[in-house]
Design a protein around this ligand. Structure first.
Ligand code: HEM
Ligand code: NAG
Ligand code: NAG
Ligand code: NAG
Length: 331
């Protein structure tokens, strides 16, 4: 009896030792990839990368204010599909299906010419050193800063994928019809908390959306300000197929300024997308939205935390992947 108990408890112990070891191995495995990103990765190999990226982003935004928003979105749509690996930037060919034609991207993501121009500028300073994935991360930060948002040190050291995932783009990127539970679970699938999700959604303080993405919200939802809904209806015909690409600003008043107005709109029921208004609709995220209305600096701090976490989603590092010569194709 006693021996049996001892044996059983020894078995429990050894299995828990094995479980602990396995846990440590798993933790080492998951943390090592993002642990290899660092703010100093290009300190010696390409200290000029930051000025090169910034000057092209600055010129692009000076030409068209919306471009800052478009670049920020490229980074999000890249990171949510097999990690921040520039998979989104790969063009389709007759033998290769990329992510650009997937539903959340097709006819919607833009700014690839700016990324090409940044890559050319960076290649002039230090050829073959900086990945397209890092260019996206730095350009997204610069866009936020130029439009008035918070600054942060970008962790770099990502490498570029040799693959893309059309199905990943369709399945991982949340559609604007999502409810709060689905928004939360799609972010959780990327290792991001609900708090990160609410803070990162503040990116919708800049940029534009197409009628096809807000039509149902402005015609059919009840959690929307009536006058605001009518204004948006006037530029978005009820019947799908007409005016699908008509644009409206995600932040009705200041779509080229990065501040906390997105959250101020939500508490007034003036979110443009169904998914936006879900963050303030009587649920568990209302308090966080309210806190960002009261404190822009709280929003900025959490947005930066979220951007750094999102930028750490399963990067290719070390000898994995490659440094693409041209962001649109594998070497
Ligand atoms: C929370 C879930 C999210 C949903 C459902 C969502 C959905 C959308 C949709 C439908 C559009 C308009 C696209 C179009 O009509 O062509 C859009 C635009 C945009 N999104 Fe999101 N998004 C989400 C989160 C994010 C995040 C995390 C970021 C970045 C951190 C982001 C950045 C942007 C920006 C900047 C635009 C405007 C782009 C432009 O004007 O070119 N979004 N989003
Ligand atoms: C992408 O959009 C274009 C233009 O609206 C459309 O013709 C094409 O079928 C779409 N592609 C996919 C894969 O949905
Ligand atoms: C969430 O997604 C699941 C699976 O795609 C779907 O069945 C469900 O209707 C969605 N729920 C909401 C609230 O959007
Ligand atoms: C509004 O909802 C009705 C009923 O579900 C649907 O038939 C109609 O297509 C929707 N209209 C829009 C603009 O989404």
């Amino acid at each position: 009896m006693i021996m049996a108990t001892r044996a059983a408890s020894a078995a429990r112990c050894s299995s828990s030792v094995i479980a602990l070891l396995l846990l440590l191995v798993v933790m080492a495995g998951t943390s090592s990839s993002s642990a290899q990103l660092s703010t100093g990765f290009y300190s010696y190999s390409c200290p000029g990368v930051y000025d090169a990226v910034k000057s092209v982003v600055q010129a692009a935004i000076a030409r068209e204010q919306r471009m800052g928003a478009s670049i920020l979105r490229l980074f999000f749509h890249d990171c949510f599909v097999q990690g921040c690996d520039a998979s989104l930037l790969l063009d389709d060919t007759s033998s290769f299906q990329g992510e650009k034609m997937a539903t959340p991207n097709n006819g919607s993501v833009r700014g690839f010419e700016v990324i090409d121009a940044i890559k050319s500028a960076v290649e002039k300073v230090c050829p073959g050193v900086v990945s397209c994935a890092d260019i996206l991360a730095i350009a997204a930060r610069d866009s936020v800063v130029i439009l008035g948002g918070p600054n942060w040190d970008v962790k770099v050291g990502r490498r570029d994928s040799t693959t893309a995932s059309f199905s990943g783009a369709n399945n991982n990127i949340p559609p604007p019809t999502s409810g709060l539970a689905n928004l939360t679970s799609l972010f959780a699938a990327q290792g991001l908390s609900q708090k990160d999700m609410v803070a990162l959604s503040g990116a919708h303080t800049i940029g534009q959306a197409r009628c096809t993405n807000f039509r149902a919200h402005v015609y059919n939802d009840t959690n929307i300000d009536g006058a605001f809904a009518r204004t948006r209806q006037s530029a978005c015909p009820r019947t799908s197929g007409s005016g699908d690409n008509n644009l409206a600003p995600l932040d009705l008043q200041t779509p080229t300024a990065f501040e906390n107005n997105y959250y101020k709109n939500l508490v007034c029921k003036k979110g443009l997308l169904h998914s936006d208004q879900e963050l303030f609709n009587g649920g568990s995220t209302d308090a966080q939205v309210q806190s960002y209305v009261s404190s822009q600096s709280a929003f900025f701090a959490d947005f930066v935390t979220g951007m750094i976490k999102m930028g750490g989603i399963t990067p290719l590092t070390g000898s994995n992947g490659e440094i693409r010569k041209n962001c649109r194709r594998i070497n």
